[in-house]
Ligand binder design. Structure first.
Ligand code: CA2
Length: 149
């Protein structure tokens, strides 16, 4: 069974409890449970980690090498600031799908740039919690057929 890590960054532990107009009402636990169930339906074993600390996320990406077959990453605000996360992904040799609940391109200009995008196989944003399922679908195809085309 292929193994996928669902990695959530800063403040995403607050999901479903604040700013529902931006991030929806689904809690992080619901997202994690949904990913586990959807992964199982795709034949993927899903584990998850959320951290508010950049170094913990970097360590998790390093540790995924040779252990996980893919990563679904919502790096939160670190998306727009972290060269260190970008470097970790670039060196990890694990395919990453970048996910955002909101459409970062329709929001403030500072959210339009992602340091993750150039080192990810693709980016999904604007579909709320559904984006995590879409990312698992994309990874399943990528892992079974290369680039999926
Ligand atoms: O849309 C996304 O998923 C984001 O990654 C969320 C980040 C934001 O900085 C990115 O630009 C886009 C913020 C996560 C904050 O999560 C909260 C959830 C509920 C309540 C408060 C914060």
């Amino acid at each position: 069974m292929q193994k996928i890590l669902v990695l959530n960054g800063p403040n995403l532990n607050l999901l479903g409890t604040r700013q529902p107009e931006v991030y929806g009402t689904t809690t992080l636990k619901m997202v994690e449970d949904m990913c586990a169930a959807h992964g199982q339906s795709l034949g993927l074993q899903v584990s998850h980690l959320q951290s508010n600390h950049e170094g913990v996320l970097i360590d998790a990406i390093h540790a995924a090498r040779g252990v996980h077959d893919g990563i679904v990453l919502n790096a939160g605000a670190f998306t727009h600031t972290s060269v260190a996360l970008m470097d970790a992904i670039a060196s990890a040799e694990v395919p990453v799908v970048e996910v955002h609940l909101s459409n970062i391109h329709a929001r403030e200009a500072f959210r339009h740039h992602s340091y993750i995008a150039p080192v990810a196989i693709g980016q999904i944003c604007g579909f709320g919690a559904l984006g995590y399922k879409m990312a698992l679908d994309a990874l399943a195809v990528h892992l079974s057929e290369g680039d999926g085309s």
